[in-house]
Design a protein around this ligand. Structure first.
Ligand code: G6P
Length: 369
């Protein structure tokens, strides 16, 4: 086991640092930078059905469900395809409406999660085309879907998912651009920009990892907070949910992720000087709104930690701590904001003496109900 950790104290840290390589492996052979196209061999035979679909339904659990939420923003923005994201466990037990004009996309690192598999079976019984995004090659979901795309993240041992998430999002970005091109809903210049920018993501992740020590230092100051709030908007709302989940899973600190504007409908009542608020701020059209949210938190003495583009000076200046990340297109930003969020949870969990790789009560793959 020590050899497999390659000098890292935990699998989780090793897997966080593997992300530049994992994302490169995921993109390899799929991005064509010469003619600005995307090739996803696993779904090539089914792509026409996806192009003609009325609706895409995404079912998943845990971190994979968060990747699904990012996909909702991506597919609606780039491919103008209506998307519904379902907790697999809810989808399977309610009278969900799905038929042969819909496409079911299941996302699963392990490819074995019982609820996700059951949601897949339901969709198949109703005649929907089924697609999968899985990491484990030859897993049940990978075998039983009509077509799919592997994430190629390599084995993920830490219970808290890291590289599986960023590679899932990478696959979903590629699917959304490809579909946007096929459906004629994405401007080719923009598609070109995204494809080239996606190719830069592994290098940008590397840059963030080079500054991991500053996150380690910051984590020391917040390791004993009883609660955390994570706020995001648009593409970084799912990132905020994922950041909160990571903290809960491995450090046992209560954390909630919220769409920033919803803060005033509840969580704002909890804010005081004991409450760190992690703001995940993309620099899109919601930036001004996010700045007012930050001011609302500060007015109540909440402590702002921001994760935002390095040029977003306004947000950086308003924050007590900031993890600046390289600038990128907004729709790709969850691939970058995920990294400081993972590192923050990791270092806090280590400071609290938690069993990072095998947190209590959690399993890597939930194959029973
Ligand atoms: C468990 C794991 C999570 C994972 C979820 C879904 O809860 O601890 O890390 O996100 O299952 O797993 P899947 O393999 O379907 O992505």
């Amino acid at each position: 086991e020590e050899i497999e950790k390659r000098g890292y104290p935990h699998f989780m840290l090793k897997e966080i640092f593997e992300q530049p390589r994992a994302i490169s492996d995921c993109l390899r052979g799929r991005l064509n930078l010469e003619d600005d196209t995307i090739h996803l061999g696993g779904i090539a035979d089914q792509i026409d059905k996806l192009v003609d679909a009325d609706r895409l339904i995404i079912a998943a659990c845990g971190t994979s469900w968060h990747a699904g939420l990012v996909a909702e923003y991506l597919f609606e923005h780039l491919a103008k395809l209506p998307v519904e994201v379902e907790y697999a466990s809810e989808f399977r037990y309610r009278e969900a409406l799905i038929d042969e004009d819909d496409v079911m996309l299941v996302i699963s690192q392990s490819g074995e999660t019982a609820d996700t598999l059951a949601a897949l079976r339901t969709a198949q019984e109703r005649g929907a085309l089924s697609l999968g995004v899985c990491n484990v090659v030859g897993s049940t979901i990978a075998r039983d879907t009509d077509a799919g795309v592997y994430t190629h993240a390599g084995p993920e041992i830490g219970v808290a998912s890291t590289k599986a998430f960023t590679t899932q999002v990478s696959v979903l970005v590629m699917m959304a651009i490809l579909l946007g091109q096929k459906r004629g809903t994405i401007d080719q210049e923009y598609a070109k920009k995204l494809i080239h920018e996606l190719n830069e993501i592994p290098g940008k992740v590397e840059e963030i990892l080079e500054h991991s020590d500053s996150i380690k230092d910051m984590a020391k100051l917040f390791s004993y907070a009883p609660n955390f709030l994570y706020l995001g908007r648009t593409y970084n709302f799912p990132a905020a949910l994922e950041g909160a989940l990571k903290l809960k899973e491995i450090s046992y600190i209560h954390a909630e992720g919220y769409p920033a504007a919803e803060m005033k409908h509840g969580p704002i009542a909890l804010i005081d000087e004991m409450m760190p608020v992690v703001v995940v701020a993309a620099t899109d059209h919601t930036n001004d709104k996010m700045i007012s949210n930050i001011e609302e938190v500060k007015a109540r003495e909440g402590r702002i930690i921001s994760i935002t583009g390095e040029e977003n000076e306004e947000v950086i200046n308003l924050s007590e701590f900031s993890c600046p990340i390289p600038e990128t297109e907004d729709c790709l930003s969850p691939l970058l904001t995920a990294i400081p969020l993972q590192l923050l949870s990791y270092y806090i969990a280590v400071n609290r003496g938690c069993n990072v790789d095998q947190p209590r009560n959690l399993a890597k793959s939930v194959t029973v109900e």
